[in-house]
Design a protein around this ligand. Structure first.
Ligand code: TYM
Length: 329
């Protein structure tokens, strides 16, 4: 592993699914790789669905702030905003010309998102091409993501392979890196994946009272009608979630008690709330500190873009030559 790249959309609040499935891994990889761990707030991706232009800049800044608050250490890794390095979109165009439309229409995220729009922008279809450009412009070999991104990373590999075969060996074929313990964090409704678009999230900066309200109202284990009924932790949304945030020994002990009707669902919910807040409290405290010093976040982002842009420019120049453009003299 030489260079890591990953991105996150500034399209709403960053939630605990992002944290457990991706950001936590970014932090670990950053420890190992330092500056070659590159993380990006992908604002050009966020505009592929209807959005509020008044809110985009603020959300982009906020996404950076939350990532730092969550533990991504800007003294070690590189963090920047996608639109500050315009070569991403330039490379995306080149890749667009080399990618069969059929490869894009079969992407499940495209199908899901397109099904929710009245009018589907072409950018939504091209979304994974821009994602491939994000990764390949830095010749990254490892992409830490949640399971939902695997199809996009596979397409990135195909795009790299196709380009290398047709023009010149420029790009490595990057590998996805998914945390086996948290590939897909479920939503707080226990049904779908936790996702901004579904509205079943716990935000990293969400008010504790609101979080408790969400946890308190999680539908109970259907096996338990009376308090004296033995519970089935396997069927309980609360337990499913607890496994991701509490130590395994603790979850096991509670599951045993629960099976024997020794403990009620409300108690387990309280514990779930406490374990979640153990993760979120330091993040929220750090976010409050960063808000008092926005210049620090600005410096991180400006420094980040300044550092990676030369890499992107160099790759782009290689690409322009490889595809046969007339270079200015
Ligand atoms: P985004 O913004 O939806 O999510 C950011 C990261 O969080 C992961 N994630 C989850 N992991 C586990 N369980 C969940 N419930 C969950 N929800 C989200 C995502 O898998 C992702 O790793 N297309 C990307 C952004 C992107 C990108 C890139 C990623 C643009 N360019 C280049 C990697 C490399 C996205 O929409 O992520």
């Amino acid at each position: 592993m030489k260079r890591v790249f990953s991105g996150i959309q500034p399209s709403g609040e960053i939630h605990i699914g992002n944290y457990l499935g991706a950001i936590r891994n970014w932090i670990k990889l950053g420890e190992k790789l330092g500056r070659d761990a590159i993380f990006c707030i992908v604002d050009y991706h966020a505009i592929t669905v209807p959005y509020d232009p008044e809110a985009l800049a603020k959300r982009t800044f906020e996404a950076a702030l939350v990532n730092i608050a969550a533990g991504l250490d800007p003294e070690k890794v590189t963090l920047f905003v996608q639109s500050h390095v315009p070569e991403h979109t330039e490379l995306a165009w080149v890749f667009t010309t080399q990618t069969p439309v059929g490869d894009l229409t079969r992407m499940t995220q495209y199908k899901d998102k397109a099904a929710r729009q009245v009018s589907v922008g072409a950018g939504l279809l091209m979304y994974p091409v821009l994602q491939a450009a994000d990764i390949l412009i830095y010749k990254a070999d490892t992409v830490p993501v949640g399971e939902d991104q695997l199809q996009h990373i596979e397409l990135t590999r195909e795009i790299a392979r196709r380009f290398n075969g047709r023009f010149k060996e420029i790009f490595p074929e990057p590998q996805a890196f998914v945390d086996p313990n948290a590939p897909r964090i479920p939503g707080i409704d226990g049904k779908a994946k936790m996702s901004k678009s579904v509205g079943n999230t716990i935000g990293l900066l969400e008010d504790p009272k609101q979080i408790w309200e969400k946890i308190r109202t999680i539908p109970d284990d259907p096996a338990r009608i009376r308090l004296s009924d033995p519970g089935e932790p396997e069927r309980s949304t609360v337990f499913t979630f607890l496994k991701y945030v509490a130590p395994p020994g603790m979850v096991q002990a509670l599951a045993e008690e629960y099976r024997q009707a020794g403990v009620g669902t409300l108690v387990i919910k309280r514990i779930l709330f406490q374990e979640i807040m153990k993760i979120l409290e330091p993040i929220q405290a750090r976010a409050a500190e960063l808000r008092r010093d926005p210049d620090y976040v600005w410096d991180v982002l400006m420094e980040g873009a300044k550092r990676v842009r030369p890499i992107a420019q160099a790759t782009m120049e290689e690409v322009r030559q490889a595809i046969g453009l007339l270079r200015p003299r």
